[in-house]
Design a protein around this ligand. Structure first.
Ligand code: F6R
Length: 609
């Protein structure tokens, strides 16, 4: 998730594009850059680091420009660096492109362009767009962009500037947001509405498959093939601070609502045309992967909980022991690691000190390390031998939500991939599983439609002082994450237990006022979960059951309240069943007036041991 901006009009475009960029910094902040016309060519200035660093470089620029495009980056392809920062240019320096999204077929395009003599100066997927436009530039810029768009597979919002047509910014979008702010004799381009709100409240939201030609006093919207589109501007009525959160009151809620899209982003480019897992971004060769005798997973907090789902999935599929370690405990135990160990290190930030230390210990013991990381170029991403990125985009709320969902998605894909390689799944079986994983974004979307019920439940449950979350197998792993979400943002004591353990002690705590959330997504343990709910009811605890549709009749008899999930394959249920729990934690915390995005005593990135 990057931020792009642009300006065309009578004012200083450099200042305006940068000012807009600041309002998009929540979309990414590892490098930034700007392009504007100067002395008959294009001047591109960029730097690693936050926008402030770019601004300090611009201080020396005495010049003004009436047109500019700018970018703040959240790295996906290529580490954060000066060269990988946008804008990207073609070989002749006549085209500058800023891009948000992922071009799936960039390697193919890059090789073909290199064969035709193009020289690349970055590792990014974006740079291919500049070179492809260069090849078409004998016509005008709009025609050139039109010819290039059909060649791109994946997602993009782009803004293009060229010396061939200086009085225009050409923009296009597919699966990544792009808006145009309409001024008087000036226009603005941005990834998101907050960027332009200081200047205008009249906005055109570009739809998928559309492009637009933006000049000082005109905006022409068209389909990518050039067919004109009539689009009326909308009037933005939100205030600026809620606009940054996409109109949501907190980043946490925004990030939960981003989950369907982030799931799609995580899978993008990792599933072949024939419906099998194909990790073009995994630098581990099939033969190496087949050679590991042990698998070890280590992480902290939410990332560890994702790892617990991964452990269950891998063991069932691969019939091989998978060790899981709290990264914070790693150095005090004596994990069994050797050269035949694949150590999977999971981290959103890629900077968690305990996780980083565990990674280093794994390397010292000769393991091959594979990071599952969200932040590109972070310490864990750099130090692990191999990396799979989760592509969740920046997660700003301290409590992790969308990152967890994408960690699960990567673990599922990895498990299926390993099982395919080891011949433990036929192509048909693997395809069926991949299909289930692909359908998860729709299931999550369905869950989000049930938000009203959760709001109502939160009002009812906010006064509880003690929560238990119970489940078996995958449901227990989800219970751990659901309990963590509640305790960290609402400050209510919450414990997760394997449901069968309650009778070995914790049941003594159940009394009126205690809430028990019981997950029943696994057919093999459904009846046992019903018995556990009855045990709680008998002690006058409040039972909230969470189960896929089809069990309403039974559950309404044993539970006080029921959250009905859309139908989902039990193996993949964690991705779906955690979502109402994230919402429940959020709304309970809101009822209790808690500081949601920055809970007390916690930090987003825990860089101390
Ligand atoms: C909980 C949460 C933390 C993190 C943990 C690891 O919502 O966010 O438990 O999951 O601190 O952080 P990363 O994944 O950045 O290594």
């Amino acid at each position: 998730m990057c931020g792009i901006t642009g300006y065309i009009g009578p004012r200083n475009g450099i200042e305006l594009a940068i000012d807009q960029l600041h309002r998009l910094e929540y979309r990414g902040y590892d490098s930034a850059g700007i392009a504007f016309p100067q002395n008959g060519g294009l001047r591109v200035i960029k730097s690693e680091g936050k926008i402030a660093r770019l601004e300090s470089l611009l201080e020396g620029e005495k010049t003004a420009a009436f047109t500019a495009v700018a970018h703040t980056r959240w790295a996906t392809h290529g580490k954060p660096s000066h060269d990988n920062a946008h804008p990207h240019t073609d070989c002749t320096g006549r085209v500058a492109v800023v891009h948000n999204g992922i071009i799936e077929n960039y390697l193919e395009l890059r090789h073909a362009l290199q064969e035709r003599g193009h020289a690349f100066s970055s590792e990014t997927d974006t740079e291919v767009i500049a070179h492809l436009i260069e090849e078409q530039l004998e016509q005008d810029l709009v025609e050139a962009v039109k010819k290039v768009l059909p060649q791109l597979r994946g997602s993009y919002a782009i803004a293009v500037l060229s010396t061939v047509d200086r009085e225009k910014i050409v923009v296009a979008r597919k699966d990544s947001p792009l808006i145009i702010g309409l001024g008087e004799g000036e226009n603005f381009v941005a990834s998101d509405i907050p960027a332009v709100m200081r200047y205008t409240r009249r906005v055109i939201v570009l739809e998928d498959g559309e492009m637009a030609v933006v000049t000082r006093d005109r905006v022409q919207v068209m389909r990518a093939d050039g067919t004109p589109v009539q689009r009326d501007p909308m009037e933005v009525t939100w205030d600026e601070s809620s606009a940054e959160k996409g109109g949501y009151p907190h980043f946490m809620l925004k990030e939960i609502h981003e989950e369907p899209r982030t799931l799609r982003d995580t899978l993008r480019g990792r599933i072949s045309q024939d419906g099998l897992v194909a990790f073009s971004d995994l630098s581990l060769y099939p033969d190496e992967l087949r050679g590991f005798r042990r698998i070890l997973i280590t992480a902290c907090g939410t990332a560890l909980h994702a790892g617990m789902v991964g452990k269950l999935f891998f063991e069932r599929l691969l019939r091989r022991p998978v060790d899981i370690w709290f990264a914070s405990e790693f150095r005090y135990g004596d994990p069994i690691i050797d050269e035949s160990t694949l150590a999977i290190i999971i981290s959103q930030s890629g900077e968690t000190a305990d996780t980083l230390a565990a990674l280093r210990a794994c390397k010292e013991h000769g393991a091959t390390t594979l990071g599952i990381v969200n932040v590109v170029g972070s310490s864990i991403a750099r130090e692990a031998h191999h990396v799979l990125y989760t592509y969740a985009g920046p997660e700003i709320c301290v409590a992790s939500t969308k990152a967890y969902i994408t960690q699960l998605a990567v673990l599922y894909l990895l498990g299926i991939y390993l099982a395919q390689l080891e011949g433990r799944l036929s192509n048909e079986e693997a395809r069926a599983m991949v299909h289930e994983v692909q359908s998860l974004s729709d299931r999550v979307e369905q869950v989000l439609k049930g938000e009203e019920q959760i709001i109502h439940l939160a009002k009812q449950l906010a006064p509880s002082t003690c929560f238990f979350y119970l489940g078996r197998g995958y449901d227990y792993a989800v219970s751990l994450e659901a309990a963590l979400k509640l305790k960290e943002i609402s400050y209510i004591h919450a414990e997760a237990y394997p449901a069968g353990e309650m009778k070995h002690g914790p049941l003594a705590l159940v009394e009126p006022g205690v809430t028990v959330v019981a997950f029943a997504t696994q057919p093999s343990t459904f009846e046992k979960m019903v018995s556990n709910m009855k045990e709680v009811k008998a002690r006058e605890g409040f039972v909230l059951a969470v189960a896929p549709e089809g069990h309403e009749d039974i559950l309404r008899h044993v539970a006080d309240e029921l959250i009905v999930l859309p139908p989902v394959h039990p193996t993949f249920a964690p991705v779906v069943s955690i979502v109402p729990m994230q919402l429940l934690a959020y709304y309970i915390a809101r009822e209790r007036g808690c500081e949601i995005d920055q809970p007390r005593n916690l930090a987003k990135s825990v860089t101390v041991e």
